[in-house]
Design a protein around this ligand. Structure first.
Ligand code: PGA
Length: 250
């Protein structure tokens, strides 16, 4: 059985003291959560202090991006080994904000995933269509391109251990959630596509999250879907009470 995984993507929010206050509250509020993996993804500056604060906690740490080179003259970038050094186990790769605002492509996503895996990180690869793409009926086409490009050249075992986040761009930060049925059918499409590429057994191991305006009042319905194994949560992860309610979705 796939263990559900709920991750909070803090985006560009929280100073170090604010981040520490949030994780202290989260530790207390989620202490009773069972059979769910909890991940927080603070900004780079707060990774190490948060890692230290999570030492005695089952909550895992993730970063929001990574560069593919191991070191060198790449001003402003952070390597996979620097993330593991700071205590990260996960890294979000290819978030739609990175694709739309910072020129991320399927090719750069692929390079980042390979480098992250090599360093022992678990990539959370984001895919999703824009509203225009959905309206002209291109959702599956876009997802297929992102999946094929992002996972190119990986081994089946590598893919089986990854997490994919299906995040329709029109549902991110807008308050509009995909219906649980629609979200499930795209997640099902993702799993079938991966089964064709890497075999059904591996596709069944991979965890697929839904992301886009996930809140305490819609998480239960999303998690009840057969192909949805968790959530990538933006806005609602910045508040300990709402994130802990999402984590305790059962
Ligand atoms: P949201 O963001 O929950 O604020 O819609 C989700 C995300 O971008 O990962």
């Amino acid at each position: 059985m796939r263990v559900p995984i709920i991750a909070g993507n803090w985006k560009m929010h929280k100073t170090i003291p604010e981040a520490l206050a949030l994780v202290e509250q989260l530790k207390a509020l989620t202490a009773a959560a069972r059979e769910v993996e909890i991940v927080v993804c603070p900004p780079f500056t707060a990774l190490y202090p948060v890692s230290d604060a999570l030492k005695d906690s089952p909550i895992s740490l993730g970063a929001q991006d990574v560069y593919w080179e191991p070191q060198g003259a790449f001003t402003g970038e952070v390597s996979p080994a620097m993330l593991t050094d700071a205590g990260c186990r996960y890294v979000i790769i290819g978030h739609s904000e990175r694709r739309q605002l910072f020129g991320e492509t399927d090719e750069t996503v692929n390079k980042k995933i390979k480098a992250a895996l090599q360093a022992g990180l678990v990539p959370i690869m984001c895919v999703g269509e824009t509203l225009d793409e959905r309206e002209v009926g291109e959702t599956e086409l876009v997802i297929a391109r992102q999946i094929d490009g992002g996972l190119a050249g990986l081994t089946a075992a590598q893919v089986a251990g990854m997490v994919i986040a299906y995040e329709p761009v029109w549902a991110i930060g807008t308050g509009r959630t995909a219906s649980a049925d629609d979200a499930n059918s795209v997640c099902d499409y993702i799993r079938r596509r991966i089964a064709n590429m890497f075999g059904m057994e591996n596709a069944q191991k991979l965890r697929i999250q839904y992301g886009g305006s996930v809140k305490p009042d819609n998480i239960a319905e999303l998690m009840a879907q057969s192909e949805i194994d968790g959530a990538l949560v933006g806005g609602a992860s910045l508040d300990a009470v709402s994130f802990s309610k999402i984590v305790k979705f059962k």
